[in-house]
Ligand binder design. Structure first.
Ligand code: NAD
Length: 398
């Protein structure tokens, strides 16, 4: 009997988890060995991270143990950090040894893009992982505590967020909700606190139509957020940020939400990339490597007009399932299917009970949009962990 083929999946995020779940559901016993390699032994919900980052939610709510969603009899879990892929030797080099593969699914996610702006990598915070958001939350609290030690240092109460895309705006919505409570807890005059959003483009929330973006900005402005649009962040230091016109904003906290790039592992492994992302073929394979599928934030899928779809959780989930089905087709010698992304819309939360959403021809805002956001989240939880996970993670949300 032929040896079972080795399918290795790198990364347990929005692309990797649906890939493994589809594989373990569809493969017959003994048909292939599935191995999932991930830096942590849990999966986290990237699109929730703005909440624990601002401190409006517990970090634990944004994660689930891999052993709770993956069947250990069907897929082996390896908690390791991937260093490099050797496509010639068909191996993955990790911090704890080398793993061979017959077919590889790369779902390593994205990384913050700093566009070479001096000082950002050293001095700014990034909403990137559970570990990074715990750090932001603790830093915000510390700013208030330190201000009470020396009330002349009002810059400790200035929070600059670079970028008014979905990440920046969703974080600002939560932070604006948290500030009144922090002021009460630390006996700080709310008038001293500043939340400043600095965005290079002339408008916030690219991708949303103007009426929804205006609704979001007006709502956040009423909560005290100052917008500086058409103004790029030029430099970041330990004292604050320099912006477009040479103005220096002194700030105790700078959070960078200026965009993402693909995972550096792909460049380091010799793949041809555009900002760390690989343009995959219609079957989601890396060019020239039929045994390597690349999905999620590290891949670029072109739409019918030949333009890249922006990275998102939604496309990553669909890619994960599609790549897994193609891997199975490949192993069984059947024809693979081309990937067709079904874009269902976008919802952005703006703090408790507030959101905007664009779904087909429908534009929603306020409470209906916030409910829609919860439904989107619940749908994902149901997909990966059934009703039990929805109840565990979402009780109290509706
Ligand atoms: P983004 O690329 O969507 O937005 C980054 C913003 O930063 C842009 O508006 C850009 O103009 C601005 N920017 C870039 N350089 C700048 C500079 N020097 N100074 C000031 N501003 C600058 O990035 P994101 O918000 O991190 O989102 C990344 C991807 O993830 C997107 O595709 C997004 O759609 C997706 N996402 C989705 C959700 C959701 O569905 N709710 C949430 C978060 C992220």
């Amino acid at each position: 009997m032929a040896e079972p083929k080795k399918i290795v999946v790198l990364g347990a995020g929005y692309a990797g988890i649906p890939a493994v779940l589809t594989l373990q559901k569809s493969l017959r016993d003994g048909e292939a060995d599935i191995t999932l390699i991930n830096k942590h032994d849990y999966h986290y919900f990237t699109t929730w991270l703005h909440k624990p980052a601002a401190g409006t939610d517990r970090p634990e709510r944004s994660r689930v143990d891999l052993s709770d969603i993956i069947d250990p009899r069907k897929a082996a879990l390896l908690k390791r950090t991937v260093r490099r892929i050797d496509t010639a030797a068909k191996t993955v080099e990790t911090d704890e040894g080398v793993i061979p593969y017959d077919v590889l699914i790369v779902a390593l996610g994205g990384q913050p893009e700093t566009f070479g702006i001096p000082g950002l990598a050293e001095h700014a915070f990034f909403i990137r992982s559970l570990n990074s958001v715990r750090f932001i939350r603790e830093h915000i609290d510390r700013q208030f505590a330190q201000f009470k030690q020396d009330e002349s240092r009002t810059e400790r109460l200035t929070f600059v967020v670079g970028g008014a895309g979905l990440t920046g705006i969703e974080f600002i919505g939560e932070l604006a909700d948290r500030i009144p409570k922090l002021c009460r807890d630390y006996d700080v005059d709310p008038a001293l606190v500043k939340i400043i959003n600095v965005e290079a483009a002339p408008a916030a929330l690219p991708g949303f139509e103007a009426s929804l973006a205006d609704y979001a900005m007006n709502l956040l402005a009423r909560k005290g957020v100052i917008f500086k649009l058409g103004t790029p962040v030029k430099k970041c230091t330990s004292e604050g940020v320099e912006i477009g016109d040479g103005e220096f904003i002194r700030a105790g906290t700078v959070v960078w939400a200026g965009g993402i790039r693909g995972n550096r592992v792909l460049e380091d492994s010799g793949f041809e990339t555009v900002r760390g992302r690989v343009v995959v073929n219609p079957y989601l394979q890396a060019p020239g490597h039929d045994d390597v599928f690349i999905i999620g934030d590290s891949s670029i899928v072109l739409n019918d007009q030949g333009k890249p779809w922006p990275p998102s959780g939604q496309i990553a989930i669909q890619q994960g399932e599609a790549a897994a089905r193609n891997v199975i087709a490949l192993l069984r010698g059947r024809e693979m299917a081309t990937f067709k992304y079904v874009y269902r819309g976008t919802v952005a939360s703006l703090g408790k009970g507030e959101a905007i959403g664009s779904v087909g021809k429908y534009k929603v805002k306020g409470i209906p949009a916030a409910i829609l956001k919860n439904i989107v989240d619940a749908r994902y939880l149901f997909k990966i962990g059934g009703a039990g996970l929805v109840v565990r993670k979402m009780s109290g949300f509706f």
